[in-house]
Design a protein around this ligand. Structure first.
Ligand code: RIB
Length: 320
């Protein structure tokens, strides 16, 4: 029998990441001196699309590049990396840019100029017939316009796909229509606090449980909150649990770790794996990704994720 790869449609941004390493991230109003300026390819959408492809999926990446040399080079690179050209659109704008500071511990601060990403509209997507016809999972973030995410999720729902939303960057409340179309919500701890209306980011198990419950109460059946070196906290109809990354991971750059997580999560969900197993695989991918510079530099292969996931530890949390 033919061994068919799971199909993941990723809708999202492509950015050129301009990165400066600093000893310490600046506070508001502070100027700090940094190292060399480096350029990498990034954007939450592209990072997640490549993460899914490396983790074993057939990926259609729907994105908008500018009509500039950066856009030409990025388009070529995506195709050379094994993504189909079908979803790569172009418009008269500059390709998205992200300004990123990374400190000595690998933590970052990011500001994004969306550029062409802001022109990935439903109208432009409709011009390419069948663009969104791709099951088994639709994965999106919020660096592209809301209506396009809605359009992709509506199509996904009609075709029986699982819709996964990584609500990053946090941008106000999520519209109810979008929540109704979301099957799995995967925020980081800051985004989770923001969406759940909490005054501070969760730290203790009780606070994570409260945040995850608040998100589930918004009508979502499965929630997973990523929490950097702590791993990921999941809540579904049956259980709450932590998946902890392996100990002793060498951290060089955490930029894109959440994207490696989401891309891998989508692959396992597309394979119809149980939620806990999908989160274990995703935590493994996220922890593998932090060992190299740049958002896409450390994206792991499926083989590496599977090897590393043996050391991901589960901690069950009592619900209620
Ligand atoms: O999640 C990391 C990504 O966020 C970077 O690659 C940057 O482009 C921003 O989109």
């Amino acid at each position: 029998m033919e061994n068919k790869k799971p199909a993941v449609l990723v809708l999202g941004s492509s950015n050129i990441d301009i990165v400066v390493r600093v000893d310490k991230l600046p506070r508001a109003g502070e100027t700090v001196l940094g190292g060399e300026r480096r350029e990498y390819r990034g954007g939450k959408g592209a990072n997640q699309a490549l993460a899914s492809a490396r983790a074993g999926a057939e990926v259609r990446f729907v994105t908008m590049l500018g009509d500039d040399p950066g856009g030409d080079a990025y388009g070529l690179y995506l195709v050379e990396s094994g993504l189909s050209p079908d979803g790569i659109l172009r418009c008269k704008a500059s390709t998205g840019t992200a300004l990123i500071l990374v400190d000595g511990k690998g933590e970052n601060q990011i500001a994004v100029a969306r550029g062409a990403n802001a022109f990935l509209t439903p109208g432009r997507m409709r011009r390419r017939a069948g663009l969104l016809d791709f099951v088994d999972v639709v994965l999106a973030q919020l660096e592209v316009p809301f209506p396009s995410v809605m359009a992709a999720f509506e199509k996904g729902r009609r075709r029986g796909a699982c819709n996964v939303l990584n609500p990053a960057p946090a941008a106000g409340e999520l519209p109810d229509e979008l929540l109704r179309l979301t099957d799995v919500l995967a925020p980081n701890e800051t985004e989770a606090a923001h969406l759940a209306g909490l005054v501070k980011t969760p730290e203790t198990d009780e606070e994570f449980l409260r945040a995850a419950h608040a998100l589930r109460d918004m009508g979502l059946s499965r929630v997973v909150i990523t929490a950097g070196a702590k791993g990921a906290f999941l809540l579904d109809e049956e259980r709450a649990a932590w998946m902890r990354p392996p100990a002793g991971i060498q951290v060089v750059d955490t930029t894109g770790a959440g994207d490696a997580f989401c891309g891998a999560l989508a692959v396992k969900l597309a394979e119809c794996a149980p939620f806990q197993e999908a989160v274990r695989f995703a935590v493994s991918a996220g922890s593998c990704s932090v060992g190299k510079r740049g958002a896409q530099g450390g994206l792991p292969s499926r083989r590496r994720i599977l090897k590393n996931q043996r050391q991901v530890r589960r901690k069950q949390i009592r619900v209620g």
